[in-house]
Design a protein around this ligand. Sequence first.
Ligand SMILES: Cc1cc2nc3c(=O)[nH]c(=O)nc-3n(C[C@H](O)[C@H](O)[C@H](O)COP(=O)(O)OP(=O)(O)OC[C@H]3O[C@@H](n4cnc5c(N)ncnc54)[C@H](O)[C@@H]3O)c2cc1C
Length: 423
Amino acid sequence: MNIPDTKHPRIVIIGGGFAGVNLVKTLANKKVQVVLIDKHNYHTFQPLLYQVSSSGLEPDSIAYPLRKIIKKHKNSFFRLAEVEQILPESNEIITSIGHLTYDYLVIATGTKTNYFGNKAIESYSMPMKSVPQALNIRSLILQNFEKAAIANSAKEREAYLNFVIVGAGPTGVELAGAIAELKNNILPRDYHDLNPNDMHIHLLEGADRVLPPMSEHASKKAETFLKRLGVKVSCNTIVKHYDGKTVTTNADLAMESETLIWAAGVTGAPIHGLKSEAIMERANRYNVNRFNQVEDYANIFAIGDIALMPTEAYPKGHPQVAQPAIQQGNLLGKNLLRLIDKKPLKPFVYKDKGSMATIGRNKAVVDLKHYKFGGFFAWFIWMFVHLMSLVGFRNRVIVLFNWTYNYINFDKAARLIIRPFKK
Ligand SMILES: Cc1cc2nc3c(=O)[nH]c(=O)nc-3n(C[C@H](O)[C@H](O)[C@H](O)COP(=O)(O)OP(=O)(O)OC[C@H]3O[C@@H](n4cnc5c(N)ncnc54)[C@H](O)[C@@H]3O)c2cc1C
């Protein structure tokens, strides 16, 4: 892999997501050699993927080159590769571009979409975990509008204009709201040959309320906002089958739709090679101690979504959201330097900064420890937090410009089918 040997210990980090990137930053120009490996050459800001899917933002405003992040780190290297296997006995990894030895290995591979073993849904639904997948959804939505405009029958048109989103967690809720805004603001202006009333957005959720990880207050408010935008919300509804045409649910609900967006869950993305006891099978996450050390391995660590660290406050592990990943990345950087200096390590304690979701213009919900609120102020806070969390000044400026432009003009300007989606 063309990484030079040095006198410093080599730390190999697999994954340039929130956890990996924050770890890399903490190790900048320290007396260690850092090798960051990712199968993409960019960091993805996943919380805004739904805006790419719904034509609100271009992908390059939410993605950031990993090499640019480490450009001033003289001790760091980046390799574009997929890690295929870990050989812990020889402290080595096997990647798509060759082998590499490590002194310390950090696994920060995040999660992948969970279809709960349903092959039909996996084949025909649209996941939204990466930039290419978000672009697929954008293309499909716009292609469906074009096909609806030339449909031969009302039934055919209905299938193109029925958008079914499965999973009413923050991702599903945000996407449903954004697609509803396309219906309310874009369809009447750009598609004179379509009747907006023919377009339906269905949000299906297996639990008894939307936003199950958030407070009841947030759920109720979000559902009200969604209904106000025209989204049809069905709770206690589990999708059983989808063949690319008909969605079948447990609630005897069957609807014709050319688009099923799957936002119903994620599962860990572990790498082959460690003992089976190191992985919690149900969640596909590595069992780690309070220092993010993988069970039974002194020099292998896991951070972020892929790590399962049961604590008193979080017996089932931390929520799979950005903050634990960022905080674990930061602490592990300091702990690795302490480990190398033979100093005692500091245990991880999660600082919950609250959670939030936006449903559309002026509509969001925020849960803080002692205060829960929704509406315009929540939406403003949501925008500010997401803007400041984006990686890179350029991205922040572009997103701020786009949001301002879209807010004033009720527009979503990235309505481009650049790479048509083929089912
Ligand atoms: C659509 C969506 C919306 C979300 N919205 C929010 C939100 O609003 N707020 C919030 O806090 N959280 C949100 N999350 C969750 C949040 O994005 C994750 O918790 C966070 O990204 C976890 O960070 P991570 O570093 O553990 O993993 P990730 O950010 O997923 O990064 C993992 C990295 O590992 C790389 N990788 C994986 N396997 C390999 C391999 N074998 N070889 C090489 N590279 C590999 C991937 O390419 C990726 O770059 C959302 C997630 C999604 C999908």
